[in-house]
Ligand binder design. Sequence first.
Ligand SMILES: [Zn+2]
Length: 454
Amino acid sequence: MQTSSAIVLRRGTVLTMEPGQGDLPDTDVLVRDGRIAAVGRALDVPAGALEIDARGGIVLPGMIDTHRHMWQTAQRGYGSDWTLTNYFYFYYVNHVNLFRPEDIYAGNLLSALESMDAGVTTTVDWSHGLRTPAHADAALDALERVPGRFVLAYGDHSRGPWEWAGDFRDFVSRRGTGDGLVTFQIAFDVSDDAAFPEQAAFDVARELDVRVTTHAGVWGASGDAAIERMAQHGVLDDRVVYVHTGSLSDGSYERIAATGGHVSVATDSESGAGQGYSPTRRLRRHGISTSLSTDSSVAISGDMFHAMRATLSADRALGHLEAHARGETVVDNELRAADVLRYATLGGAEALGLDDRIGSIAAGKRADLVLVKNDRNPALFPILHPAGHIVQQAGARDVHSVLVDGRLVKHDGVLLLDARLAEARRAVEESLARVMKSLPAQDGSQPAGGRSAA
Ligand SMILES: [Zn+2]
């Protein structure tokens, strides 16, 4: 099944995300040799093509998560009640040296499989636990075990990027290229140091022609001063992805907009941990390219349906709240379901510079596709507003089939990677047995050292 050179999704409702195209009911999508060969009604297909019955379902481009700390998935759910302060104390202060290459591998493998199962065909691994080259090898080894599209965003939060940017250069020359499904970014945050030592990391990014991803506008951690310093040194451009940004001023947004920068919004994380309010309304005012992300499964799963729903809810809630403060009533919601679906697909592709290859459904693009269909879920019937149904009604359990680069990785609700899942379970159990034994006793609601933090 996985080796069929041609696959056709028959008679689904296709949400192409192509500008001006709208929803296409009762439409086929033909995949050949890794690409979308045709989109249309009653398509002729090659003999032997695998046919997937998409009737009653919705076909959308593979979703794209532009910021996830995949290595932390081995501690899934442990930080469910954390603020950002709790998180910083746990990972950055108290246990910075706890995680071995094997722990990075376990988290990445589990997270990569979660992406495939949930229809997230591209995931940016914001990998800031790479303390040694062996950690980096482990991160990439895990991603290469899973046939998804990944961006390894190389980072090490325990050191300044000027200290490890050379390691990244060596890593890319040693491990680069491959099948093209795994590409690279460099991941670091800009400090308060007026000498701007981060220049060295920006220089390596330019030299290697990779994008920079950076947490920005994070309450109490990174603010307008970092954006101003980046502007002074001429490193703001359309190859920077700013993560969160909710605590930035309008002046910083103007700088990001003027230089074509992209923003990754992680609404669930921002609402609970306190980086700053989900900024989608402000990003629209400034015309800034927007994508979505899930941040870390230590608190929140990698389910992009939930990321879309949380973002739509936060955006609309703020609109109503602001209107009520003025004594007014919002008659029509400004942000539409189709808009957040765009954030989660084509917006992500734009952030990665891959929008000519993925992010929408059109002949010639790489075949990263998701069929949402679940006849066992009463919430999947009737479908009167397809984009709204994806955002407000469906969930990861409703992902019927997933293709990455034309390869079927999930079919009829079943992930076709059983051996990998078994390996991930063993690796995570082994990692947890050691990691948790190393932690001080606690009640599970607060990480050690987090209670008194400001
Ligand atoms: Zn983050």
